[in-house]
Design a protein around this ligand. Sequence first.
Ligand code: AMP
Ligand code: MG
Length: 435
Amino acid sequence: MAEPTPPPAPSPAARPPLLSLDEALARLLGGAAAHRIARTETVGSFDALGRVLAADVRSQLDVPPADNTSMDGYAVRAADVRVVGTVLPVAQRIPAGKVGEALAPGTAARIFTGAQVPPGADAVVMQEQCEAIADPAGTGLGRVRVNTLAQAGQWVRLRGEDVQRGAVVLKAGTRLTPQALGMAASVGAATLTVLRRPRVAVFSTGDELVMPGDPLPPGAIYNSNRFTLRGLLQAAGCEAIDLGIVPDRLDATREALRLAAADADLILTSGGVSVGEEDHLRPAVQAEGELTLWQIAMKPGKPLAFGRVRRGAGGDARADAGAIFMGLPGNPVSSFVTFLVAVAPVLRAIQGMPNPAPQAYTLRADFDWPRPDRRREFLRVRLNDGGGLDLYPNQSSGVLTSTVWADGLVDLPAGQAVKAGDAVRFLPLHELVGR
Ligand code: AMP
Ligand code: MG
């Protein structure tokens, strides 16, 4: 009897190429170049947190604008205080916000932190080292005994010591952190020129998905990626356009893509990009634009779909490059990690921000990882009190608990086992989110 014919082996051409993450990133960033956001907006600096500067911020003034005291005490001429116990008449009183008069030789000025040091004075003696001597009549400002020597320059913050007039204090491409906003305000910037926020449309695929608040039928799970991805986008300074869960039908998926592309710089989806899966995302993107499917040699997060969706099939066609499409894997840890390592750099690129490698630290592994994968791995780890790294015990790509527990990821080269005590490359989460 003849052997039954084995099923045909899948044609190698049908398998998406296996790319290194670095190669994939290079292609992603190359593709993102055509999607640079050009529009700028002028916003009040009070409300500019998280925005990206489109123009340098230059200081119109010296900061501080004048020499001032960093202590409560007495402004003097150092030359007048040559011996400990020198007694000087107090000629004036200068609280912060008031400008004193030139200090007459042989006198002192009572002065308070932040007040301008009067012309003629070159030092401040802190009040703890002085003794106030009241006038016998109780009128006037009395005298002061200085129980120390004065050095010229002591406790004086010099004009321009922080910023000099004309200096660039914040560069175009900088994300406005709370500190950056304070800096801009300190040089008097009331408004800032920033880039329009990236608009990112997000939808989830998967008929098993249910929203929290609804009952969970058998076979269903709650849609966590919708929350994680939206939060990541907001943390990255984007306007997230939430399109919810799209039904698993070709027409519905195509319609969602068209709707998304009309408004978005980037379309982000989760689920339905695993190899061999019967889903409508791939044909829908192919019908509405172009799609490349990649297998990235990383774990978690192997499948990644990348392409673009044309705009305005309905008549208001705009002559631009359309919206970038990125399809993330559905497993919650995979989509989280893929966002951090692949989507975040694209978001930076379309905002014209520099994309240096995230700051990594070489730290000691306090765990064993004896059976490494053939792909580059990103392990969820946490810093311990001893300055080393602990490993979350379950590294499965479905275990969201690991992402909440972790401080960061160990970036492990393909095929590399770890023994406790080994040095490993640690990427703190805060370096990857909202940089
Ligand atoms: P997929 O990439 O669609 O094959 O999905 C891989 C795994 O991720 C499956 O176990 C899905 O149930 C799960 N998954 C897909 N989308 C989501 C989502 N939005 N939230 C939580 N889990 C999801
Ligand atoms: Mg699915």
